[in-house]
Design a binder for this molecule. Structure first.
Ligand code: SF4
Length: 368
């Protein structure tokens, strides 16, 4: 089989390791571009949400490169993600005539036997070899998350603009090539040290902003128009609420054990949104509550246009923002959204946060 999969941030590095380790050829999904989005938009239903369009465009590009099988995750609950792969498969096969197999991994809770059957059919190597490969892929995810997290902390302090992003890209490339856990750990240590060596303004106290929202738009920089990097270059420390490892725990067996952070977010959301509304709607509210309690200066919510869970969260956000005194900027993203427009809105938001911080410092009798 020539297998491809969605492109979501740097997750392709771990998925490639896993799929190759299962004994298949990988057709890497090209990083999304304007062409990807145009292709996806052309063949998607008009009101499909943005991730649907980008993923469809990605699949089309990967099929052009020779892929014959698509692996993707499904979803449960009141959100359209659960129907994505079925609909995309029908568009590709019935409307566009591709001979393609689409394999959907549903969250294993409630689909254990089905998941076991899919894995059994996919794995062409011995079980111990597959486990070793899955462990290597997991270690790559942990390493990617560790470097990204550190880059968020260092970027607002860097004296040479772009130094952090440069080292991050080098680290990601090194992790991609690594083929043992020991090598991954060495690379992680080396690049964390490189981040330490970046010349910084250590006196500077950056604003702290939480970035929340729908998982695909939070994790794929092309779709969120590089929000995290842009904020970092504006001197803002960004705490991204979702990392690759969260995505894996939500879409694999680890889901059974549910990560504590997600449990906390859901608990924090309850006074404002006690019901699951699908996607990350409820956690978006909960994370905003938690950011307010942790003393963050503001929150940026990333929401794909027509995403019901994030629209529900957005409608509740003014109350959360007012009661907990935390400014929230919602960015609705679609195929018309441009990077310059987003940068302008972020600049205005950051100015507002700076003025607010100064005002609060004066009110406390501190020098602003
Ligand atoms: S969470 Fe929103 S963007 Fe994601 S699949 Fe569901 S409706 Fe679409």
């Amino acid at each position: 089989m020539k297998i491809t999969f969605p492109h979501m941030g740097t997750s392709w590095i771990a998925i490639k390791t896993l799929v190759e380790g299962m004994g298949h050829e990988v057709v890497l999904p090209p990083p999304p571009t304007k062409r990807t989005l145009d292709l996806g938009t052309k063949y998607s239903p008009e009101f499909a949400c943005l991730p649907f369009k980008v993923l469809l465009g990605t699949y089309l590009e990967a099929l052009e490169l020779g892929a014959d099988t698509i692996i993707s995750s499904g979803g449960v609950g009141p959100c359209r993600a659960g129907y994505y792969t079925q609909l995309q498969g029908r568009i590709l096969r019935e409307q566009l005539g591709y001979d393609v197999r689409v394999i959907t991994f549903e969250p294993p809770r409630g689909h254990l036997i089905e998941t076991y059957r899919i894995i059994r059919d996919l794995v062409k190597v011995s079980f111990p070899k597959f486990l070793a490969c899955a462990w290597l892929a997991w270690q790559k995810l942990l390493a990617l998350d560790a470097l990204e997290r550190e880059s968020h902390r260092v970027r607002p302090l860097e004296l040479e603009k772009g130094a952090t992003s440069r080292i991050l890209s080098q680290g990601i490339a090194a992790i991609e090539k690594a083929d043992s856990v020991r090598e991954i750990k060495n690379i992680t240590a080396t690049f964390l040290e490189k981040f330490k060596q970046i010349p910084k303004d250590s006196e500077y106290q950056p604003l702290k902003v939480g970035v929340i929202g729908e998982i695909y738009v939070v994790l794929e920089p092309f779709v969120n128009l590089d929000v995290v990097e842009t904020l970092g270059h504006m001197g803002v420390y960004v705490d991204r609420s979702i990392f690759l490892t969260n995505w894996v725990t939500e879409n694999t067996f680890l889901d059974t054990f549910r990560v504590e952070a997600e449990r906390n977010a859901k608990k924090a959301a309850r006074p404002y949104l006690p019901e699951l509304v699908g996607g990350h709607g409820q956690t978006s509210i909960g994370e905003t509550v938690l950011y307010a309690k942790r003393g963050f200066d503001g929150v940026v919510q990333l929401a794909p246009f027509t995403c019901i869970p994030e629209i529900v969260a957005k409608s509740i956000m003014p109350r959360v923002s007012k009661e907990l005194d935390i400014p929230v900027l919602t960015l609705m993203l679609d195929e018309q959204t441009g990077k310059a427009g987003i940068a302008t809105r972020l600049e205005a938001f950051v100015d507002l946060l700076r003025m607010r911080r100064n005002r609060l410092a004066i009110a406390r009798g501190e020098t602003a």
